[in-house]
Ligand binder design. Structure first.
Ligand SMILES: CC(C)(COP(=O)(O)OP(=O)(O)OC[C@H]1O[C@@H](n2cnc3c(N)ncnc32)[C@H](O)[C@@H]1OP(=O)(O)O)[C@@H](O)C(=O)NCCC(=O)NCCS
Length: 188
């Protein structure tokens, strides 16, 4: 078949997962805002994100025909002030494309990239019936705590390296560098 004779829409590249370049795009922000609403800023996990940049190399977007159809980010955190980990989320697929596997593709790509970069522990707050297919379990988070109330059944963890959570417990907080930067900002 002569590709030059195909209709323009069929010549478009298929949906792809790419690293979000530069600062967050308005398309990504509105996808997240539409999914979680203004109440999202009051959630415990947002306290951990406040004043901290998402891991740029793990900020993924799903793009189809030039439109952002999904997003996944990870944030650096520390357990008990000493064990580095990643906080996964938000994960969003635009409503009209849900159920097509976009969320799964973002999850598999994000977790593979995180493991390849040497990250060992990932935590999240979300529905275990969805996230357990990616290796997240309530039991792995049982010795961990979050600053603020979350439904315990939705607080999940996953090891990217076998045994990474063995003997690890305590409060999850923002990375030490972020605390220092914010204090310096306040003092300035
Ligand atoms: C959750 C979400 C990201 C999934 O994205 P998606 O692209 O539709 O996911 P996939 O197509 O890879 O997977 C769809 C499957 O997950 C299931 N699923 C979706 N949300 C689920 C949930 N909360 N609990 C259990 N299963 C869920 C679907 O039923 C479907 O099952 P099937 O494969 O057996 O048919 C998407 O529904 C979304 O953006 N929701 C709104 C924002 C949100 O809640 N994000 C998660 C924060 S906890």
């Amino acid at each position: 078949m002569n590709a030059n004779r195909l209709a323009p829409s069929t010549l478009e590249t298929p949906m792809k997962i790419v690293v979000e370049s530069g600062s967050p795009t308005p398309q990504v922000e509105s996808l997240v805002a539409d999914a979680f609403g203004p109440d999202r800023f009051a959630k415990a996990v947002y306290r951990l994100r406040d004043g901290v940049d998402a891991e740029a190399s793990l900020s993924l977007v799903a793009i189809d025909k030039g439109k952002v159809v999904g997003t996944l980010r990870f944030w650096p955190v520390e357990i008990a002030g000493q064990v580095p980990a990643l906080l996964l989320g938000p994960l969003v697929t635009c409503p009209e494309r849900q159920g097509e596997g976009i969320g799964s593709k973002l999850m598999h790509e994000g977790l593979a990239r995180a493991a390849a970069q040497g990250h060992r522990i990932v935590v999240l707050v979300g529905d275990e019936p969805y996230y357990r297919r990616f290796g997240f379990h309530r039991a792995l988070a049982r010795r961990l705590e979050l600053p603020g109330w979350v439904d315990p059944a939705r607080f999940l963890a996953r090891e990217l390296a076998a045994g990474a959570l063995a003997g690890v417990g305590g409060m999850i907080g923002r990375p030490a560098g972020a605390e220092r930067e914010q204090k310096a900002g306040r003092a300035a």
